[in-house]
Design a protein around this ligand. Structure first.
Ligand SMILES: [Ca+2]
Ligand SMILES: [Ca+2]
Length: 369
């Protein structure tokens, strides 16, 4: 095992990974980038981070063939804010996204912000977002306006629907006044206005199929794939193939299906001969939702979980694999993060961060009317 405390520097953002000095060399082909981002999966919910009761061989393979981060921090212990930081490389406050946006939110990530997808697309990459978005469900805030050529998934969390336990005492008519049906979106179009519980069970499979299809279609050119699973956010759903298969209950089954999904992606990279041209980054948006008991995950040795700024809320698993570039079996010790500190926290290189140019002119997210 190689141990490192300086690889990639202290601030890890995928943009820096992509276009940093580590990309230089004989291979002029720009690397493909795949970010797999799960929802509410805790620090203790991956085999190589000590998970109990279920297996994650494909995620563990990322660690064995790449790098495991011991102290990777997200910007915020909540969905939308964490996603804003991941995609822009900025603290979520700086791009005006806090907490978790609800259905019909009047705000979202401003289309003027620069995302990883914007940067990749400007360099000729094919770009796709698959899965949960949660940076505004109005069409102007959807991935199509943030640098993604295509999108397929839920616009926000899978519990933002009329079947939420908090609404169960109401008639369905009253529930729908409080929360609309959960829509499935392709591009900017709703292709299913009412995702049912049975359909939620198929989401991980469908997301994976879309992801592999995108890899196949773009195997000959650089691509950026952002696969943001809706699971293991509650309510937990798993397909028949994984139901009851782990010793870790429904939560374990769900994680094993996410692990299978990673296996399908790694298999596709191998099949299409682009393994060594592809950086695969796996991480999660925030810690486990502990108040859901055995339907929430584990923060392992860390205190507390989602919604708190104790370690369990903001320190999450992170794995990076890029054969030939990232030393196999390496471990990054010391703090790293999904976003870049503001300029005054850096001693040199007064370069504008993504979106900073826009914020010189504007300080608030854009409401839609
Ligand atoms: Ca989350
Ligand atoms: Ca449906």
């Amino acid at each position: 095992m190689t141990r490192s405390s300086g690889f990639f520097g202290r601030a890890l953002i995928p943009i820096a990974l992509l276009f940093s000095a580590s990309v230089k060399g004989a291979d002029a082909r720009p690397p493909n980038v795949i970010i797999v981002f799960t929802d509410d999966q805790g620090y203790g919910d991956v085999g190589c981070y000590g998970a109990q009761g279920y297996r994650t061989p494909h995620l563990d393979r990322l660690a064995a063939e790449g790098m495991r981060f011991t102290d990777f921090y997200v910007s915020s212990p909540v969905c939308s804010a964490s996603r804003a930081a991941l995609l822009t490389g900025c603290y979520h406050e700086r791009v005006g996204i806090s907490g978790a946006l609800g259905p019909g939110s009047r705000t979202g990530l401003n289309p003027d912000e620069t995302t990883i997808a914007d940067i990749c697309r400007a360099r000729g990459y094919a770009t796709a977002a698959v899965g949960k978005w949660h940076l505004g469900d109005h069409p102007r805030f959807l991935p199509a306006n943030h640098g993604f050529d295509s999108y397929f998934g839920l616009p926000y969390s899978n519990d933002m629907w009329p079947y939420h336990p908090n609404l169960s005492h109401l008639s369905i008519e009253k529930r729908l006044k409080r929360c609309p049906h959960l829509p499935l979106i392709e591009g900017t179009r709703t292709i299913d206005p009412e995702v049912t519980p049975e359909e939620q069970r198929q989401l991980t499979t469908r997301y994976t199929q879309k992801a592999v299809q995108f890899i196949r279609q773009n195997k000959a050119k650089p691509f950026f794939l952002y696969l943001a699973h809706s699971q293991p956010h509650v309510p937990l759903f798993v397909s028949d193939m994984f139901q009851g298969k782990s010793a870790g209950g429904l939560y374990g089954d769900v994680i094993q299906e996410i692990d299978w999904s990673m296996g399908e992606i790694l298999k596709a990279l191998k099949t299409f001969g682009i393994d060594e041209h592809t950086l695969v980054l796996f991480t999660t948006d925030n810690g486990p939702w502990l108040s859901y008991g055995d339907h929430g995950g584990s923060a392992g040795p860390l205190r507390e979980g989602k919604g708190t700024c104790w370690e369990g809320g903001i320190r999450v698993p992170c794995l990076a694999r890029w054969p030939g570039r990232i030393p196999a079996g390496s471990v990054l010790l010391g703090a790293s993060r999904q976003h870049r500190p503001p300029p005054h926290h850096r001693q040199s290189s007064r370069r504008e961060t993504p979106g900073e140019k826009n914020r010189r002119q504007r300080h608030h997210p854009t409401p839609h009317r």
